[in-house]
Ligand binder design. Sequence first.
Ligand code: UD1
Ligand code: CA
Length: 407
Amino acid sequence: MSRRASRNLAAVVLAAGDGTRMLSRIPKVIHALYGKPLIHHVLDAIRKAGVQQIVVVVGYRSDLVRKQLSAGVQTVVQKQLKGTAHAVMQAMPRLKNFQGDIIVLYGDTPLLTAQTVQGLIQTHRRQKAVCTLLTAQLKDPAGYGRIVRDQTGRIVRIVEDADASQAEKTIEEINVGAYCFNAKALRRTLKQVKPAPNGEYYLTDTVSHLVKSGAELASASTRSVGEFMGINTRADLARVQTIMRSRILEKFMLRGVTIVDPYTTYIDGSATIGQDTVVYPHTVIEKGVRIGRGCHLGPFCRVGSNSTLADGVFVGNFVELSNCAVGRNSKIFQHSFISNTSIGRDVQIGAGTVTVSPNGMWEGLRNRRRIRIGDRAHIQGGSLFLGPAFIKPGEVVKAGSAVRSGS
Ligand code: UD1
Ligand code: CA
C-alpha cells in the first residue's frame, strides 16, 4: 500500500472485554497464543496491512493489557463495558480530525491475516462504500452474528446469535468482526445506536442505520482457513492454536524443510530454518532460533530461544539446547542438555552430556561465562560441565568427566 493510502487509514481494536467465557483472571486478549499475547497477532496483521495509526480500547484490567502493548499504539479506557459500539465511541475522540477510513477489529480474532485486511480496504475503496464488512460462510454458524440480506443480495442488517429468529439462525453467512468504515459515517451512525435487550450497544447495529440512511455497504470475504474464528473460550484458543501451527509449519515446508509429523511439532514463526533440514516428531523450536541447511533435529528435542545452529548439525533424540551456538557439522547425541554453550565445527558431544553455566544478565557477562568448545573437540558421553570452561580445538574429554569452572 502506498504511503498516501496508508496515511488515510486508522484502526480501532477492541480489547476491553473481560472474556467472561474464558473463566480467567487474565484478560482474554493477553492470553498466550503461539508464543505471544493474542492481541499481538491482530496488531501485527494491521501493521503489515499498512495501517499506522492504531487505537486500542482497553477496559478490564487495563493495566495488564497496556503493559503488553508497544509504544506505537494509543490506548483509551472504556470504563464500563457497555458493548462493542460503546467501545468504538470511546476511541473516537482520538480520531477527532481524522478524515479517511477506519478499520475496526476485535482483539480476539488472531487468525486474521494482513492480506485479508488489505482485501477489506481494497474492496471498500473500489466500491466507494461507506462501510465494508468481512464475512465468511460457515456450515456451523452458531455463536456468530448473521448477515441478513434482501432478495437482491443487499446487506440489510446484522443480527446477533442471541437475538436471531429460528429462520435467521439458519443463515450461514457470518460477521467476522472486521469492518472498514468511512470515518465521518462512523461518527454519525454511532450516535444512532440504541441499547440491545441486554443493555449493550452493538457495533453491528450501525449496519441497519447506515442502510436506512441510503448509504452504500459492501462485503469482502476471508481468504484462509479458520480466519473468521473469534476466541471466546479456552477450547477456541486451542483450536486456533492448531490452525496457526499448521499455517506456520506449512510455510516452513514450502521453503524446503521436512517436518515428519506436523501434529507434534512446534516451531515459532520467527525461527529460520534452511533447506533439507529434517525435523522429527515432538520437536520444539522456539523464538528467534536460526537453523542452517541439512540439519537433523529430534525426535523429542527442544531448541531454546535465540539458539543458532549452522549447516549440517545433528541434534539427537531427547536433546535440549538452551542459549547455544553450534558450528557446522557438529553432532550432539541423545539425552544431552546443553546450555549457554558455544560449540565450534565438527564437534562431537556424546550422549548424556550436561553443560550448565550461569546465564548473565547482560551480554558481556553472558559471553564471559559461556562454556566454549573448540572445533573438532570430542566430548565423550556422560560428561558434566559446571560453570564457564574452555575446551581447546581437537581436545578429547574422556567419558564421564566432570569439568568445573576455571579449567
Ligand atoms: C462479536 C460480534 C458478532 C461477531 C463476533 C465475531 C457484536 C455485537 N457482535 O460477538 O457479530 O460475529 O464478534 O467474533 O459486536 N469488547 C469491548 N468492550 C465491550 C464489549 C466487547 O472492548 O464493551 C471487545 C472484547 O474485548 C472483544 C471484542 O470486543 O475483543 C468482541 O466482543 P465479544 O464479546 O467477544 O463479541 P462476540 O459475542 O464474540
Ligand atoms: Ca468474540
